[in-house]
Design a protein around this ligand. Structure first.
Ligand SMILES: Cc1ncc(COP(=O)(O)O)c(C=O)c1O
Length: 426
């Protein structure tokens, strides 16, 4: 096996792909010793040994359009910092002030000693931003989705999900011990058929992402909402990636379609456009209040710390005050996507600043990711099981603060590497 990361060594690809497949099998095997699968799982060591491990990579600095890794700069095309607000002085100063004045942790759950006036003020701000009666702030976006499912789904409930929904939603369904049914991605007719059958059998709810984090495409929300309404089923929309990105002023998928208030409940995160960490849910007052008491991730986990509250709140103010950032990230997305298409890359159905580049084979994807990094571009290789076999891709995403020269340089590098590995002809 070659240890070179030169993309001009595809002879090792099939060997490595076979080794990777064999090691995925180890993961599936059941054993009496619950650690046995872990002990046999040496795929990470294999990938590290050929210098291809793209995950848990240590970044010295990650927050700008250019990041720093091992003392070298790379154009950052792998973050969710869509509006570039993690570098904004007002966000940083607010977070620093909060940690100095209010401490690093509240050491308790929201239910008990972990609610401050800052939490409640942020909840008011989120509710107002989305035109809802009330909102609830969780410690992460993951926990917000667990909270929704544990509050509203039970073993009698069928939760109907788009097949590409985020893992946190599925984990929430499992935590609620509810039943799950999936419909093909963005297929409203299939959702309709599924609900025709399921609503006869018991309580149902539907959940979709607004903007899909891997494909960069958008849920057909008007059709989905109309279908849910016709069947008398509640619709929850995860706006994690849509907030700050979709709609002229970044209000998300409802604004994108010009239909405010379409969803019964919105969830999301502060960890992408809003330069912090934490989750939120926005909806009608009684529904939100129910979650305060029955969302297990709300009740049984410590609350969002002061610095993160301050950062999220300031970033939300900046999103309102500086809508040019929403325009810029979308313009940059268009420039980037069109450049990739012109060069001959396959980018799927993306219509947003998230642009997947199809690669196919897992090991080739790791090779390309490493070659790009060596040449000064950071992207996220996504391989099986995160995507189906032979559907490996590079997830790329742009920020409002990328300048034209960043995107032009990155595209040149992608073209050079793409030609070397045979993704591009000529
Ligand atoms: C669609 C979606 N929902 C929820 C989450 C979870 O958010 P957080 O990172 O704040 O836990 C993510 C994060 O990757 C996401 O992409």
């Amino acid at each position: 096996m070659s240890t070179s990361c030169d993309p001009a060594v595809p002879a090792t690809v099939s060997d490595m792909a076979a080794a990777m497949n064999a090691r995925h099998e180890v993961q599936r095997r059941a054993a009496l010793d619950v650690f046995e699968r872990a002990i046999g799982f040496d795929l990470p060591d294999q990938v590290r040994s050929v210098g291809m491990m793209p995950y848990y990579r240590e970044l010295t600095r990650n927050e700008g359009p250019v990041c720093l890794i091992d003392g070298r700069q790379a154009i950052m095309l792998g973050s969710n910092n869509y509006l570039g607000l993690t570098t904004h002085p007002a966000v940083r100063e607010a977070a620093a002030r909060a940690v100095l004045e209010d401490g690093p942790s509240l050491t308790g759950s929201r239910l008990l000693n972990g609610t401050t006036t800052a939490h409640t003020a942020l909840e008011r701000k989120v509710a107002e931003f989305f035109g809802r009666e009330d909102a609830l702030v969780f410690t992460t976006g993951y926990q917000a989705n667990i909270g929704v499912m544990t509050a509203f789904a039970s073993p009698e409930t069928t939760v109907v999900l788009d097949r590409h929904c985020h893992a946190s939603i599925l984990d929430g369904v499992r935590a609620a011990r509810a039943q799950v049914e999936c419909f093909p991605h963005n297929d409203v007719a299939a959702l309709d058929q599924l609900l025709d059958r399921l609503v006869e059998q018991g309580p149902c709810m539907v959940m979709v992402d607004g903007l899909y984090s891997m494909e960069g495409d958008i849920a057909p929300l008007p059709g989905i909402a109309e279908t849910c309404r016709r069947h008398g089923v509640r619709l929850v929309v995860d706006e994690a990636h849509a907030l700050g990105v979709l709609g002229a002023t970044g209000h998300g998928t409802e604004e994108h379609f010009g239909c405010p208030g379409l969803a019964d409940l919105l969830t999301g995160t502060f960890s992408k456009s809003l330069a912090s960490i934490g989750g939120w849910v926005a909806g009608s007052a009684r529904v939100i209040d129910w979650m305060r008491f029955f969302g297990r991730s709300m009740v049984f986990s410590a609350s969002m710390p002061p610095a993160q509250i301050a950062a999220a709140s300031t970033a939300l103010d900046l999103l309102r005050a500086e809508p040019w950032r929403v325009t810029r990230v979308n313009e940059n997305g268009q420039t980037w996507r069109e450049g990739l298409v012109r060069a001959g890359f396959v980018v799927g159905n993306s219509v947003s600043p998230i642009v997947p580049v199809t690669v196919g084979d897992d090991f080739t994807c790791l090779i390309v990711g490493k070659a790009l990094l060596d040449a000064g571009v950071y992207v996220n290789p996504v391989v099986y099981p995160a995507v189906p076999r032979d559907k490996a891709m590079l997830r790329t995403s742009v920020m409002a603060t990328h300048e034209p020269h960043h995107l032009a340089t990155a595209l040149e590098i992608l073209e050079t590497v793409g030609r070397k590995v045979g993704l591009l002809k000529g």
